[in-house]
Write a protein that binds this ligand. Structure first.
Ligand SMILES: [Zn+2]
Length: 181
């Protein structure tokens, strides 16, 4: 026999903590092994416990891994492995080989996304020699932030027709609004 499966029944214990927004988020998890352990061969048939080294049940909050590739067809093809970690109610991105001034190599997460004081924002450490992050506020990317005509509520492309700080899709809507004042 070259391979077997060990199936341990037990409990998953997750710890939740309040984040800066007062919301409970999972910050740690562990597996508590029970007494019920079964061994199976590759065909799924029960077998006697083979002699094997003990492996602890580590359950760290693991990052998902993706690969990004050069997008310009005229450039030399290249790719970078990227880890994405969801922890404490934030999401952090770590392209392989990129980091932060105040983190050891392989331990920096130079791009983050979070909610701060009700606003969605990106946190970008764009320079390994600088401690401070650039903050990019994303509230204007909200779908509800699309420009709409103040009279007919239709979506509009430009804000060229304005009156008293209100936007209109056409002169007709502006006139109708003015007439109703
Ligand atoms: Zn309109």
């Amino acid at each position: 026999m070259e391979k077997f499966t060990k199936i341990t029944t037990g409990f998953v214990v997750q710890t939740y903590e309040k984040d800066s927004a007062g919301k409970f988020v999972c910050t740690a998890q562990e597996f508590i092994a029970g007494d019920d352990v079964q061994f199976e061969n590759t065909k799924g048939e029960p077998i006697e416990a083979p002699e094997h080294e003990y492996q602890p049940f580590n359950m760290t909050m693991t990052a998902a891994e993706y690969t990004i590739k050069e997008q310009c067809p005229d450039s030399v093809p290249s790719e970078i492995k990227v880890k994405v970690l969801s922890e404490g109610g934030q999401i952090w991105i770590q392209p392989d080989g990129y980091g932060e001034k105040c983190a050891m190599n392989d331990e920096g997460w130079p791009v983050g996304i979070e909610i701060w004081q009700g606003r969605l924002r990106l946190i970008i450490f764009a320079d390994i020699n600088r401690e401070d992050a650039q903050i990019i506020d994303l509230e204007k990317a909200k779908e509800t932030a699309r420009m709409r005509c103040n009279w007919c509520k239709k979506e509009i492309e430009t804000d060229s027709i304005k009156w008293k700080g209100l936007l209109f899709c056409s002169q007709a809507c502006l006139d109708a609004c003015r007439a109703a004042q």
